[in-house]
Write a protein that binds this ligand. Sequence first.
Ligand code: B16
Ligand code: MG
Length: 222
Amino acid sequence: MKNIGFLFDLDGVIVDTAKYHFLAWKKTANKLNINFTQEHNELLKGVSRVASLEILLGIDNVKISEEEKQQILVDKNEDYLEYIGKMTAKEILPGVIMILDFLEKNNIKYALGSASKNAPFILKKVGLYERFSAIVDGNDVSKAKPDPEVFFIGAKKINVKPEKCVVFEDAIAGIDAANAAKMISIGVGDKATLNKADYVFGSLSEISESFMEKLVEETLKK
Ligand code: B16
Ligand code: MG
């Protein structure tokens, strides 16, 4: 095994679960008479479940009790589980398999670093669970991205120094977390939005094997 590691965010990098979060939060918003749009949904990407609810309530400055909040979080997750329970390998985003195959072929360890408490379930549904050496999810972290905790734990779990890791992320907070951990950050999404990343690609399918080789060389030299 090489002494470098790759860390992957889940939603927006491996699969697109944002659309299912949207449907489940939309149902919650309707019950609360909040006008929740796709634009608002962008604000929830990479954010924890609890923080997402606060953002949702903030749209129309809705005040509810702590007890109601807890119930909403349970209900929202039940709805979300119904959607993700139907996921299959077809929902793995383009480019992912090539990258994982490349890493395995080159004896490079990789782990998941996600804010989602449902991350292991989702990986199982799409058939990728067994391939990851380690999984860090929303149950393991006490500080949300942009805090680098999630990626520090990921690096530790695969026994690689943080500065010898590469992170794939679709959220600004995730890129900030990777940069704070002194890891090489690869943004997946809009170039202007993710301009703090070391490299940005519209989709992982734009990444070539020769770029991966270059990335490995760069990480080994750090
Ligand atoms: P859950 P990531 C994040 O996943 C999602 O982007 C974010 O929208 C969601 O609120 C968060 O997981 C928590 O998800 O409700 O399943 O615990 O991008 O960090 O992989
Ligand atoms: Mg994400």
